[in-house]
Design a protein around this ligand. Structure first.
Ligand code: FES
Length: 496
């Protein structure tokens, strides 16, 4: 019998199934629920087709339309596998951080949508501009993941002739998210503000990203982009316009600009730092007079890449580790058997292994063994620990170099905010224990999705804060600092 492969994003799972296998038979163990029992009325079993084909009957198409889903969605309860397919499974949406933090605003009129367009995930919120109340939230995996997880593979895919598809995919995904929110609340939109990293901004705006593939990684297209919804292929009206906020540098985008707005560091006398531990690691330090920022190569290890049993924060990932009576106790997402380790638990693991004196200050496994068992079948190898050292050193070196650029002492940094979905799950004590951030833990605070908070603030204030921030912000190339290598190597050591 013919076999097909189903690839599940973002779990990174591949299943081999027989031709004509109903999706309902294979997806339930991955968290897909079928509340209406396959009648096509609840839409809870929806999956997004990122690649391949799933044939649809007229009834299936009608159900998709009635539920307000785009043409790339399928109801798993109506679908069979007849070719190799790539699916985004809905369960992941619960794990994306949609922030509802409060912020200062001047009440306005009407409704707006704020969007955080991430390399991996998309979050949109419908906001009542008179109260800043969040009326609806939609989250989705960035459909460009089929071209690779990181920015470099996206840029390469663009250069390989996929530009049109990449632009259409992201515009249509955000249009679908907004439409789904408008289906729940039939209101007329006044504005849409979007923030994201520079590569995401350029692709959404249909601007060439190929110059970001090689030295000097320069683009002339950092500025604010405004769009008419019809030009984006969106079939709803926006009274004013759709604005993608300006990037700060080639690898520091408007998500960080929004983060600076969210922390209000640009209005403070004291120096404040913002560290975003997303797919890329970005660092900002500044006050009301001057701000410096940089991107680092810290992200991939925290996303599970390059770590032998690393995975994203999805079902089966160990999300945290604690030492209880000298025993390592793991929390696993979904309370299932641990299959791997995600970034937050990687930090815990290294801090605990240091505390147990199983790992030395150079990162060496003291027993000389090639790997250490964390729990069950989950192991950390010598190479994993070295990968972690590279990532934590990138953050620590970035903080030091930016502090030097400002000619201030580390003690002058009053507060440090950690942003990003991953940042919300980390144990700050363990971050400090590994030397990733060499500051008093009482100064370090988690701040959730600062990009989304900032994008919401931009709904109320037009360009004002953005222009004010850009006027005092310098983008620093860390590798260009003459002391970078020495500082970086030094920061790879663990504190004694
Ligand atoms: S189970 Fe309700 S729509 Fe599929």
């Amino acid at each position: 019998m013919k076999k097909h492969t189903i690839t599940l994003h973002p779990l990174g799972k591949e299943l081999q199934v027989n031709d004509q296998t109903p999706l309902i038979d294979v997806l339930h163990e991955f968290g897909i629920e079928f509340p209406c029992g396959g009648k096509g009325t609840c839409g809870k079993c929806r999956v997004r087709l990122l690649g391949g084909e799933i044939e649809t009957t007229p009834t299936h198409r009608q159900k998709i339309e009635q539920l307000g889903l785009g043409t790339d969605w399928r109801l798993a309860c109506f679908s069979r596998c007849t070719s190799d397919i790539i699916l985004e499974i809905e369960q992941f949406n619960h794990l994306i951080l949609a922030d509802e933090s409060e912020f200062d605003f001047t009440p306005g009129e009407g409704f707006g949508v704020a969007v955080d367009l991430g390399t991996t995930t998309l979050v949109a919120q419908l906001i009542d501009l008179s109260s800043a109340k969040v009326l609806a939230v939609e989250t989705m995996l960035n459909p460009q993941v089929k071209f690779g997880a990181d920015l470099i593979s996206r840029i390469q895919a663009w250069m390989d002739g996929n530009a049109n598809e990449m632009v259409q995919l992201i515009r249509s995904a955000i249009g679908t998210m907004i439409r789904l929110m408008l289906k729940k609340h039939e209101v007329e939109l006044k504005k849409v503000t979007i923030v994201g990293n520079t590569t995401m901004q350029l692709i959404f705006s249909n601007c060439d990203v190929s110059s970001l593939s090689s030295y000097p990684f320069h683009t002339n297209d950092l500025g604010l982009k405004s769009f008419d919804p019809a030009d984006l292929g969106w079939n709803f009206n926006v009274q004013e316009n759709v604005q993608f906020f300006p990037s700060i540098g080639s690898f520091v985008g408007s998500d960080i600009l929004a983060g600076i707005a969210a922390t209000s560091l640009y209005q403070k006398e004291d120096y404040t730092a913002l560290i975003d531990l997303g797919t890329n690691g970005e660092i900002v330090i500044g006050n009301k007079n001057q701000i410096v920022c940089a991107s680092t190569a810290a992200g991939p290890a925290f996303e599970g890449a390059n770590i032998s049993m690393g995975m994203r924060a999805v079902t089966g990932a160990i999300s945290s580790l604690n030492l209880v009576e000298n025993k390592i106790v793991a929390s696993v997402i979904g309370n299932t058997v641990p299959k791997g380790i995600c970034g937050s638990a990687l930090i815990d693991a290294v801090a605990i292994l240091r505390e147990l004196d199983q790992v030395g200050m150079f990162g060496e496994i003291n027993s000389g063994a090639p790997q250490i068992s964390i729990t069950g079948k989950v192991m950390l190898t010598q190479r994993d620990i070295n990968e972690f050292q590279l990532a934590k050193a990138a953050i620590a070196a970035g903080l030091t170099i930016l502090t030097n650029q400002l000619s201030i002492q580390p003690a002058a940094i009053h507060e440090i905010y950690i942003a990003g979905g991953f940042g919300s799950y980390i144990n700050i004590g363990n971050v400090v224990a590994t030397g990733m951030i060499e500051h008093d833990p009482s100064k370090i605070h988690k701040m959730g999705n600062t990009a989304l908070i900032g994008a919401k603030m931009f709904l109320f204030a037009d360009r004002g804060p953005a222009d004010q921030i850009l006027a005092i912000t310098r983008h620093i190339n860390l590798e260009g600092d003459p002391n970078f290598q020495d500082i970086y190597v030094d920061k790879m050591l663990f504190p004694i």
